[in-house]
Design a protein around this ligand. Structure first.
Ligand code: MTE
Length: 322
């Protein structure tokens, strides 16, 4: 189903029945993985503050728009989306943008571990220099019943999964955000189960919609949106789209996500958007568009059912929409 050919991706047709296997050698050759591994860097490293227009990775933006993902409504105004954020590491309110932008994100490394053939540490700047980015217009629906339409830049999560070369027995991908109380005051709030964690099944992670965003609005990712890389899974409530990822682990045990740990009766593992399944404290039938304030009906799977509904066939015993 993919439309953009990139140097380091393989076609769906060449995947084996164990959908995650790939010719690792050819991928590593095309990706020059040696140049992507972080060498001696083995933990989150503090460096320069990211600014959208400067720094080593700003030159990759804007990326060409992938025409497959069309939305007829207007794109949410950048000035509004970039000043109304959820990033609890920086505060439990929407105005964290100034503080989050002070977070140093260059250089940045991502640890790959767990059920993989070889654990590794990826250097983010070098990873970007080896891949082709694309822009995708997606709807974003927060569990709080607001929504926006934004152009993300990045690459399919499926490509990163293949690069990580998980074992055939791995079933889930678990992602973790940085932890640094010096820059993120939320980390001093000991009642939260830091670090922020999210997870997907490998079938979800390799679905064509699952995206690693490294930029937004034609520029590299600003701090408040989850610099330098975040997950975007548009058919799920926004809290699944974990920001500022520092670790990706493969596992055969379903990860417990941050919000599931905070309030499991309200926020579950699946969190697929469904207007007919209310949050225990409010309806999910409609959503408020950021910017215009217009209230519109919410759609099942946030309007992405044709891409993802099949993932959940025969799973009636699961709380798929919480
Ligand atoms: N990731 C981390 N690490 N911390 C967070 O608090 N909030 C989530 C998600 N990812 C969050 C996070 C929620 S609730 C939403 S709605 C989206 O980020 C908001 O993304 P945005 O601020 O880019 O619009």
């Amino acid at each position: 189903m993919r439309v953009c050919a990139r140097k380091w991706s393989i076609s769906e047709a060449s995947a084996t029945s164990e959908h995650l296997y790939l010719d690792r050698r050819s991928l590593l050759r095309s990706l020059s993985l040696g140049g992507v591994l972080a060498g001696s860097i083995n933990s989150f490293v503090r460096g320069a503050i990211a600014d959208e227009d400067v720094g080593p990775t700003s030159k990759y933006y804007p990326a060409p728009r992938n025409a497959r993902y069309v939305i007829t409504r207007e794109i949410t105004d950048e000035g509004i989306a970039s000043k109304y954020n959820n990033f609890f590491e920086f505060g439990s309110h929407k105005s964290i943008w100034k503080l989050a932008r002070k977070m140093p994100v260059e250089p940045w490394t991502v640890h790959i571990d767990g059920m993989v053939h070889k654990e590794m540490v990826l250097d983010f700047d070098r990873l970007l220099s080896k891949i082709s980015l694309e822009e995708r217009l997606y709807r974003h629906r927060c569990v709080e019943a607001w929504s926006m339409i934004v152009p993300w830049s990045g690459f399919p999560l499926a490509d990163l999964v293949r690069l990580c070369d998980p074992l055939g027995s791995a079933k889930y991908i678990r992602m973790e955000t940085f932890r640094d109380a010096e820059f993120a005051p939320g980390h001093r709030q000991s009642w939260y189960p830091w670090p922020y964690v999210e997870g997907l099944t490998l079938e979800e992670a390799t679905n064509e919609l699952a995206f690693i965003a490294t930029g937004i609005y034609g520029k590299k990712m600003p701090g408040q949106h989850g610099a330098p890389l975040r997950l975007v899974v548009p058919w799920k409530y926004g809290f699944k789209s974990i920001k500022s990822i520092v670790r990706i682990s493969f596992t055969d045990r379903r990860p417990t996500s941050f919000w599931e740990q905070v309030q499991g009766s309200e926020y579950g593992f699946w969190a697929n958007v469904n207007p007919d399944v209310p949050h225990p404290r409010w309806s999910q039938a409609t959503e408020r568009l950021l910017g215009s304030g217009e209230r519109i009906p919410t759609q099942i799977f946030n309007g992405y059912g044709e891409y993802v509904a099949h993932l959940y066939k025969g799973m009636d015993g699961e709380s798929l929409f919480v």
